[in-house]
Write a protein of this length. Structure first.
Length: 278
């Protein structure tokens, strides 16, 4: 007896990040019963569904898909069940799927999410870095200044930072972290769930030396530990503001003290204005 067909709509399906055994029963069931699959790379998805013993129409959907392609895909969901997958892991994590989901919802298309494998969370659990607060920020920019600017901006956040990276750019990323965020603990997780899975934790300098001597391969998740907790009372901040106000505007003084202490910039600006008026 054949399985009943799925209700029309969009099904967001997480796929394995390396080990095909990590596909969930629910994901396998939806991929077997859907009417078609939207995917980044048809060759990659073909390997997965062949492993599941499934044959389905595959429609390419990625960063380069035109709005008309998205509109046709959404139109097909009115009477067909369409699964959305990425090459690996959870769709919509650093890929363009959010546009499809947003427009599908606006068109009244039912959207269902099937959770599963996720590289950032797998790396976080494996790294041993603090996990009570974390921030996933996709790929670091490839250009040196933009990369440093992002690290400086996010480095003030009291959270473990999670980035995707590539093997050819890892050394530059580690060097940038050593320069912009000295003293931070860093972890490099690569080939997650695969035979040669590896997770190394240490200083950016030590990890840079290791990977310069042993060039990495495979997909990489790069994690940066949170800044050390610093306690600054009102008197500390006032002293810094008073000194800076001798040469800086209140907004500039507040920005510098916020960067040094992690205190709220708006509150520091209000206090700087008070001090300046005294």
């Amino acid at each position: 007896m054949s399985e009943p067909s799925l209700s029309p709509g969009l099904y967001i399906v997480a796929t394995p990040i390396g080990n095909l055994g990590d596909i969930t029963k629910r994901a396998a069931d939806v991929l077997a019963r859907c009417d078609g699959i939207a995917c980044e790379d048809t060759r990659v998805t073909q390997k997965l569904i062949r492993h599941l013993g499934v044959s389905k129409p595959l429609w390419r959907y990625d960063d380069h898909s035109a709005p008309n392609d998205r509109a046709r895909l959404i139109a097909s969901m009115q009477d067909r069940a369409v699964a959305l997958v990425s090459d690996a892991g959870m769709p919509l994590v650093s890929d363009p799927g959010f546009r499809l989901v947003r427009e599908a919802r606006e068109a009244g298309v039912p959207v269902t999410v099937l959770p599963g494998a996720n590289a950032p969370l797998t790396a976080l659990a494996l790294s041993g870095l603090p996990n009570d607060r974390f921030l996933f920020a996709g790929f670091l920019p490839p250009k040196e200044k933009a990369r440093a600017d992002v690290l400086e901006e996010l480095g003030r956040v009291q959270s473990t930072l999670i980035f995707f990276d590539t093997a050819p750019r890892l050394a530059k990323s580690l060097a940038a972290i050593a320069k912009v965020l000295p003293g931070r603990e860093v972890a490099v997780a690569r080939e997650l769930t695969k035979m040669f899975e590896e997770c190394r934790r240490g200083s950016p300098e030590d990890l840079l030396a290791h990977y310069e001597a042993h060039p990495p391969k495979g997909e990489i998740v790069l994690l940066v530990g949170p800044p050390p907790e610093q306690e600054h009372d009102v008197h500390d901040a006032d002293a810094m503001l008073r000194e800076l106000l001798e040469t800086e505007k209140p907004s500039q003084a507040a920005a510098q003290v916020a960067k040094l202490t992690g205190l709220d910039r708006k509150a520091l600006y209000a206090r700087a204005m008070e001090l300046k008026s005294q």
